[in-house]
Ligand binder design. Structure first.
Ligand code: CIR
Length: 268
């Protein structure tokens, strides 16, 4: 069906942002400013509009007040080729999010596999490079979760990368095409990329960005979506070398709850 974000026919997105997101979404630390829920809704609506212009089929799941973090669908399913791996999120408050995603995916002809206890897996910890898979071992994803990824996608080499101090692997780095990784230039980023490079089966080019916000971008059918210039200074200059269409998106309200750009969709 697809090879993930590099050539995708579908995007799975939460249709909106629940009121509960403002005060009950999980976060590693309280933000300096409270979440502005209307601004979050506006930012998400803009994101959906952009994704709709880049992907043939956008599938939405309902926005559910019982799940303050339900907008972060990336954590709930990993879909590659014709297989959907339904995650078991590391945070207990997010486990119920899988029902809506599972139900929606059942309408498509996918081979569906479930992550079972004691494994935990957040999709934000799964990086598909186009050639191999890396799984972040984090506070949310354990070794059994990584093994579940390896079992679900036997055609790809799966390597583990230890994550310290950040929520997910993709909080630190993402791919902007199958050859190029964008990584944050802080200590955490250096540790992760070194660890990753020592397990790589392929050689990747590296773009280093000074700020965490810029390293999480969405590669989508040959285009790159990255954080906006108004939120991350000079962000566009890092992507000039890629010579691909780029789009800027605001993410300030989701960043307050540790959410990145990739986390608001599953592309397949
Ligand atoms: C959480 O802590 O689970 C949410 N507040 C943020 C999840 C972000 N997910 C992602 O970047 N893949």
């Amino acid at each position: 069906m697809s090879t993930g974000p590099f050539k995708c026919k579908y995007a799975l997105i939460c249709e909106g942002v629940p009121d509960s997101f403002a005060s009950q979404s999980l976060r590693m630390r309280e933000p300096d400013e409270p979440i502005d829920i209307e601004l979050a809704r506006h930012q998400h609506a803009e994101y959906i509009k952009l994704v709709k212009s880049l992907v043939e089929n956008v599938i939405t799941i309902p926005c559910d007040e019982n799940y303050p973090d339900c907008v972060f669908v990336e954590d709930i399913a990993v879909i590659l080729d014709d297989t959907a791996l339904i995650c078991r999120p590391g945070a207990e408050s997010r486990r119920g999010e899988v029902d809506a995603v599972r139900e929606k995916l059942s309408e498509l002809k996918l081979h569906t596999i479930e992550v079972r206890a004691p494994a935990t897996l957040d999709g934000g910890d799964v990086l598909f490079t186009g050639k191999e898979i890396f799984v972040g071992i984090s506070d949310r994803t354990n070794m059994d979760g990584a093994k579940a990824v390896a079992q679900a996608f036997p055609d790809y080499q799966v390597s583990m990368v230890k994550i310290r101090g950040d929520l997910h692997l993709k909080s630190v780095l993402t791919m902007v095409d199958t050859e190029t990784v964008v990584v944050v230039g802080n200590d955490a980023g250096k540790a992760v990329i070194e660890n990753m490079q020592s397990n790589c089966n392929f050689v990747y080019q590296k773009i280093t960005v000074p700020e965490g916000g810029a390293c999480n971008c969405v590669h989508i059918n040959g285009s790159i979506i990255h954080r906006s210039q108004s939120e991350v200074e000079d962000v566009d200059k890092f992507f000039e070398v890629m010579n691909k269409p780029t789009y800027q998106v605001d993410n300030s309200e989701f960043t307050k709850a540790d959410g990145c750009l990739t986390c608001r969709s599953v592309l397949f």
